[in-house]
Design a protein around this ligand. Sequence first.
Ligand code: ACO
Length: 311
Amino acid sequence: EMDPQERVFQERVDAGQKIEPKEWMPEGYRKTLIRQISQHAHSEIVGQLPEGNWISRAPTLERKAILLAKVQDEAGHGLYLYCAAETLGISRDEMYEQLHSGKAKYSSIFNYPTLTWADIGAIGWLVDGAAIMNQVPLQRCSYGPYSRAMIRICKEESFHQRQGFDVLMKMVKGTPAQKAMVQDALNRWWWPSLMMFGPSDDASVHSAQSMAWKIKQNSNDELRQKFVDQTVPQAEYLGLTVPDPALKWNEDKGGYDFGEPDWEEFFNVIAGNGPCNAERLNARKQAWDDGAWFRDGLTAYAEKAAERRAA
Ligand code: ACO
């Protein structure tokens, strides 16, 4: 039997009303949002690392300026999302601690290496493309601060997606070696991009409750299907082959049939054992430790200023 307070809450959610920070909410709703929003924030922050790797090696000044702007956007998204999570009663220090101790997850996709410049194009096209597919419905999330944060983030993500496609358009028109580099990037990023949507619906522990609370609007498999349907024609336009022998247009369902991602690889990556997990986490921990003197300075300054005001 549902608690009366909870029933009113659910009715508001069902009616499409937004839930705001100071309003009553079930503890599970709060916890789920803290988990998802903080993991999303961590993903944006860790997501700077694979691309940051190429800022100093971008092929032209223009590409370098674009990539720099894009990576700065990701930092902004992370900070924006940490703010949204803070409205639920968790501090930023706690969230950082959860990331650094390995307790909080971040997207599996950022545990793969960026080996060539084509990877930067593939990340924009596929990774940001998948991110938009997942985040556009989150603009309608029942929690006000998260839904509003998503509006601006989605606008910036679509610029990121276009810049990635543009990098690849240029490369496929280049030398055969450049075109081969793009195909190689697609071969390596295709399956990890499909994994971004999370485990298949029957293995997704949180989906049913999150959908009832309208935190999620679509299941993981629904969004994965939409992503495949949108992306395959783009791969064809680039003259590339999607590395999935099972990929086939299905007239009846009006979408593609496609193969099963390697779920063992996925669960291995989210357990911390992917190709770059240790490197990514160490980079974040190092940045935190390197910033200690600055945090100490800020705190000391704030204390002195408070003493001066009191005197
Ligand atoms: N990478 C890492 N962990 C994942 C991934 C993934 N791609 N997909 C699912 N998981 C984790 C979930 O966090 C959950 O673990 P937890 O209980 O320890 O938190 C577990 O796998 C089971 O998955 P689900 O029950 O399906 O979890 P959920 O309902 O949270 O759905 C999803 C996962 C779709 C990623 C959801 O959390 C979401 O929409 N998050 C917001 C978007 C986001 O974080 N994007 C980040 C990448 S995009 C970018 O930053 C550029």
